[in-house]
Structure formats: structure tokens, C-alpha cells
Design a protein around this ligand. Structure first.
Ligand SMILES: [Zn+2]
Length: 250
């Protein structure tokens, strides 16, 4: 049974194609890899367009955008619009109030997020959302823009926000953070199985160790132990949800 890593950054690996091959040997056969800025979008299209096992996300990340001036943001969004037909989803996009401290920065993140969600809706593409300390605002913008196919990634939403996500039919992915955080594990266990995906956000480090797509199996094992269900079953359900979400061929 194959496993899918529904959120990773393969362009951050030194030898991404080797990373993919090694993961495939371990039974991880699906990768949603997402860009975060202009350079990363170009890299994704150049490296992975011919890789059948990789689904590509294009977008401008809320933290990356804070380092750009107005002209650079515009250039990035124009590139995104022109290349949206070559990807499987718009992402990683969203709001991050940990880094956007001033009202001006938060307003900018909201405007750029809404514009990218609008593009996804127009192109009938799913949206892959990053949100930190802004879950209410993210859900409001998604609702306002009419986004239906959504993945709330690195699911650390509070238990109180889960009903709203379920009501909208938004997918939620949980990752290695459940190894160490009881609160996040509790939230992960509250995700209904028809909306559950697994991820690593690799190569982001957890506990000081750089993660890898293979870790997605450890995430499944952790859930399996908690839910008292076979790990293969969790992997299969998450794989089916992954296939349902990223079903659009560029
Ligand atoms: Zn990410």
C-alpha cells in the first residue's frame, strides 16, 4: 500500500530526485511538493514537471512575501497566474501572524492570500493553506472567496476550529508535530477519516532532525497506535483522500 506525503518542499533538498527514489523504495509513492516564492516556483516546474509521482503546488508563502517589495510581489503573482495551468494546486499560501506583526503586514498578507485563493477558484484548483495564529481569518477569507477544495496543512488548528473545517469539507493534514505535542495529537485524532491526509513538511526539522518524506509512515504509525487501527488502513484512507484532492491534471 503506497503512502503519500501531502505536503513537502522537495526543492529544498540537495538531491531531490534521489530523495524521491529513496522514499519510493520505502513505499512512499506520492508527493505534493509546494513552492513558496518565485525562485521556488521556477525550480518546481523545471525539476518536477515530468515526474509522475510529484504533484506541484505554486504560490507565494505569507512569510516569504514579507521580504519582497511591491514590485516583486506583483512579478511573483503575475508569474503564478501565467503558470497556474501547470500545477495541481495553489499553495503554499495563507496567513502567518507570528511573522506579520504590524497591521500593514497583516493587511498585505490578507490581500495577497485572497488574490491567490481567487485564482485557485477561477482555475478550479485546490488551495493548500498555511496558517499560524490566524485560523479564524484564514477560514473567513476561504469562505468569502468561495474556495471549496482546500487542504489545511500542518494541522495545528485548535479543536474549536475543527467543526468549521469539517462543515466546509476542508481536508486537514497532520505531520511529525504529533510525535511531541499532545495538543496537536488530540486535534489530529479529531479529524474525520474522510478528510485526513498525512504529511511531513520536509525537510523542516523536528526535534533537531531534518525530516524526510519517509517520515510520513511514522505519522501513520503514530495515528494507528492511537486509533487502534492497522497502519495500512490509515495509509490507504489518506492516499485515497490525497488522490481525491489533487485530481486535476495540469
Ligand atoms: Zn510547508
Amino acid at each position: 500500500m503506497p503512502f503519500a506525503d501531502s505536503h513537502c518542499h522537495l526543492d529544498w533538498f540537495e538531491k531531490p530526485l534521489e530523495t524521491i527514489k529513496n522514499a519510493e523504495k520505502e513505499g512512499v509513492n506520492g508527493f505534493f511538493s509546494c513552492a513558496t516564492n518565485l525562485g521556488s516556483m521556477k525550480k518546481h516546474l523545471g525539476l518536477f514537471s515530468g515526474e509522475a509521482c510529484v504533484k506541484i503546488g505554486l504560490g507565494l508563502h505569507p512569510v516569504d512575501m514579507l521580504r519582497l517589495n511591491e514590485g516583486e510581489i506583483e512579478e511573483t503573482l503575475v508569474f503564478l497566474e501565467e503558470n497556474a495551468s501547470k500545477c495541481h494546486a495553489i499553495g503554499e499560501i495563507g496567513l502567518d501572524y507570528k511573522y506579520a506583526k504590524t497591521q500593514k503586514e497583516r493587511d498585505l498578507q490578507e490581500t495577497v492570500f485572497a488574490r491567490q485563493v481567487g485564482l485557485a477558484v477561477r482555475k478550479k484548483l485546490p488551495v493548500v493553506v498555511h496558517s499560524r495564529r490566524a485560523e479564524k481569518e484564514c477560514l473567513e477569507i476561504l469562505d468569502f472567496m468561495g474556495a471549496k477544495k482546500v487542504l489545511l496543512h500542518w494541522f495545528t488548528y485548535s479543536l474549536q476550529s475543527i467543526p468549521a473545517a469539517i462543515e466546509n469539507g476542508f481536508f486537514m493534514s497532520c505531520g511529525p508535530v504529533i510525535f511531541s505535542s499532545k495538543k496537536d495529537l488530540e486535534a489530529a485524532l479529531a479529524i474525520p477519516k474522510e478528510l485526513l491526509l498525512l504529511e511531513t513538511d520536509c525537510p523542516v526539522a523536528f526535534g533537531g532532525v531534518r525530516s524526510d518524506p519517509v517520515w510520513v509512515k511514522r505519522v501513520a504509525e503514530k495515528l494507528s497506535a492511537q486509533k487502534k487501527e492497522p497502519v495500512e488502513k490509515i495509509g490507504r484512507i489518506a492516499w485515497e483522500n490525497y488522490s481525491r484532492l489533487f485530481d486535476k491534471k495540469p
